[in-house]
Design a protein around this ligand. Structure first.
Ligand code: HEM
Length: 489
């Protein structure tokens, strides 16, 4: 075995396979995947125990990623194993495949891209949350002079916003009291257990589920709370729409309402509208959107605080493109106006390169295939596209790949350098690319501009800001402690 494994960073042991290496690296899992992929030319085959199988392929090779996400995407799906682990998602878009995914995608795409009512509602609720929750809470902690966990604050902002967007209800988790709202706590707990299911052999979590012990007991409890919350929103929305002959609150156009009010025969009503369908769609949407923007922003604020010259350039850009008098009012920009913030856009891309909120994109092959790297994958093989490793690849980004350098995104003419979609994939690529991409950029920019115009965000000294090992998304381990001070202009 020593001889066989002499060129590999991990040993493939009899019976247990490479599991010991995975377990001993579980606190640095994304770096472990990066080490594995890099030392094997970008693609690595992980051998799990003999039984039950835990084999997977991890790749960060751009041509393989392009092949899987775009060129031969028909052969790669989320797969039955992924759906089994993420069974709380039901038939929602995030876990579904084939015709179920196609019809959901068509409907959600037409809603998010072409529906004016939805776009207006989206802007309105985002603005309301910014003006009435985020800024007042920042103002409050500034006046008290206390430290605050910026990640926690931004998470609450995202959760309230995505619930308003999908379910039409504001759980109000972002307020000066920082309340522990049961639905949010439960959503987070469910996610933790799903990560656990990813890391242990199927047999283990299935036995725990059958006996209702350990993590699986936590999952059942959490899911009950989440389901009560989501089904509650569905029935109160139905009730409200039934009791109104004309839609009183015509501005309310959340996801649920959109499904309930669309004319028969339109794409949105084509599904039928069972409560279970609405629950699965809304659940997927909330989960896809609740912990992405805030992760991007958390790492952004950390990176600019640790690279003050970058922060100063962003401030100059904000000053150059904003109304001259800063009277403390918030400023809103159209997408076209936001395009002028080239350095800010570059800094956000650089942040997402090094800290992609979704660090690993899961796929599964349908038929066996040969990847462009020459690696063969069998039928029904689990494949992890390591987006995190791609962002830290010397081959893709050059020898300064570990440096935080927004300039790499700006051309000599001062425009954004468009990277091929398969080397920069924090939002995925191809037919399954993220449906919230444009909205995310718009919201991240608007939050940054309004926060930085009015406040200095200072890191609390002597804290360790590290990647979390307990989440599917790229959270920090202990949060991001900051102090907020008024910006003097
Ligand atoms: C920085 C922010 C975000 C990042 C980095 C991100 C990233 C991703 C990634 C990697 C995927 C998986 C693509 C695949 O399966 O190949 C995805 C899918 C998706 N995202 Fe996002 N996302 C973000 C924000 C959002 C927001 C705010 C929403 C909702 C409003 C959203 C809605 C979705 C949906 C519905 C899908 C499923 C698409 C499908 O399977 O067809 N995302 N996103």
């Amino acid at each position: 075995h020593r001889l066989k494994n002499r060129n590999s960073l991990v040993t493939n042991w009899p019976i247990v396979g490479m599991l010991p290496a995975l377990v001993s690296n579980s606190d640095r899992i994304f770096d472990f995947l990066t080490d594995m992929a890099t030392s094997h030319g970008g693609t690595f085959k992980f051998k799990g125990p003999w039984f039950p199988s835990l084999d997977f392929v991890v790749t960060s090779h751009p041509l393989n990623v392009n092949h899987i996400l775009c060129r031969n995407h028909g052969n790669y799906e989320k797969g039955p194993e992924f759906r089994e682990i993420f069974e709380p998602f039901g038939e929602g878009i995030v876990t579904s495949d084939s015709h179920v995914w196609k019809s959901q995608r068509k409907v959600l795409q037409s809603l998010t891209k072409n529906n004016k009512k939805y776009a207006m509602y989206l802007d309105r609720i985002f603005w309301k949350k910014l003006e009435k929750s985020l800024i007042p809470v920042l103002e409050h902690v500034m006046k008290l002079g206390v430290e605050v966990d910026l990640e926690n604050l931004l998470q609450r902002f995202d959760y309230d916003h995505i619930c308003l967007l999908a379910l039409g209800i504001d759980p109000n988790t972002l307020s000066v009291e920082f309340p522990n709202v049961p639905s949010k706590v439960a959503f987070d707990e469910v996610e933790e257990v799903l990560l656990y299911r990813n890391l242990v052999p199927k047999m283990v979590w299935k036995i725990q589920r059958w006996l209702q012990i350990g993590e699986e007991k936590k999952l059942s409890k959490g899911l009950k709370i989440v389901d009560d919350f989501v089904y509650g929103c569905i029935s109160s929305r139905r009730e409200k729409l039934r009791s109104e002959t004309t839609m009183e609150d015509d501005d309310q156009f959340d996801l649920l309402t959109a499904f309930m009010v669309e004319e028969e025969g339109s794409e949105m009503s084509a599904f039928g509208k069972s409560d279970k369908f609405l629950r699965d769609t809304a659940y997927s949407f909330v989960t896809a959107g609740k912990d992405t923007i805030n992760i991007g922003l958390t790492w952004f604020f950390w990176l600019i605080a640790t690279h003050p010259s970058v922060g100063n350039k962003i401030l100059e850009e904000i000053k150059a493109n904003s109304p001259t008098s800063n009277d403390g009012n918030l400023v809103s920009f159209s997408v076209e106006e936001l395009n002028k913030f080239v350095y800010l856009h570059a800094t956000l891309c650089e942040t997402l390169r090094l800290y992609p909120p979704v660090p690993v994109n899961n796929k599964s092959s349908i038929e066996s295939d040969v990847l462009p790297s020459g690696d063969r994958v069998g039928r029904n093989t689990r494949i992890l596209l390591s987006v995190y490793s791609m962002g830290r690849s010397e081959e893709i980004w050059g020898e300064d790949y570990l440096e935080f350098k927004p300039e790499r995104w700006i051309s000599e003419l001062g425009n954004i350098v468009q990277k091929p979609s398969y080397v920069f994939v924090p939002f995925g690529a191809g037919p399954r690319v993220c449906l919230g991409k444009d909205m995310s950029f718009k919201q991240m920019k608007t939050v940054v501009i309004n926060v930085l115009r009015n406040y200095q965000v200072e890191l609390v000294e002597n804290q360790t800001v590290a990647l979390s090992s307990k989440a599917i998304a790229l959270h920090t381990e202990h949060g991001l402690k900051v102090r907020i001070k008024k910006r003097c202009v």
